[in-house]
Design a protein. Structure first.
Length: 141
């Protein structure tokens, strides 16, 4: 994976596993007044090393991206702060992506949570109909 090529072999393996398996991350966008805003998101690392997430239309994060598409995605930390993975990148609204209920890898990762919180993948896709794709520019670990 090009994104992790600067890491040692053991760090690369650990970081790539987290990028594929972690369920939660924090997406940080920047408001027009310069205030960073972080929100929890579900995400999927795609084969081309971009990161896909779905959001509700009209959310502040989408408005923030109009003025400043630079974002940071930080994986939820579970190891008392020693296992930080943060990706810097550029986000775009991705109308070329399938809806969440038609994105099989996303469904495989989140089916249990979608069922528990939204009932069906179709309902989730109705609510979270805006796809965002982050193109990473730098990884920190």
């Amino acid at each position: 994976m090009e994104l992790t090529s600067h890491l040692s072999a053991s760090d690369r393996e650990r970081v790539e596993a987290r990028l594929r398996r972690n369920l939660m991350a924090w997406l940080t966008t920047v408001r027009p007044d310069g205030q960073p805003v972080s929100v929890p998101v579900w995400f999927l690392l795609l084969e081309d090393e971009t990161i896909l997430l779905y959001t509700q239309p009209g959310k502040a994060k989408l408005r923030n991206l109009v003025d400043n598409p630079k974002v940071s995605l930080t994986l939820d930390v579970t190891d008392i702060g020693r296992d930080i993975v943060r990706v810097e990148g550029v986000a775009r609204l991705a109308e070329d992506q399938p809806s969440a209920n038609n994105q099989l890898e996303y469904l495989a990762k989140y089916t249990e949570r979608i069922g528990a919180m939204f009932g069906t993948p179709e309902r989730f896709a109705e609510l979270f109909s805006a796809a965002l794709v982050i193109t990473p520019t730098k990884l920190h670990s």
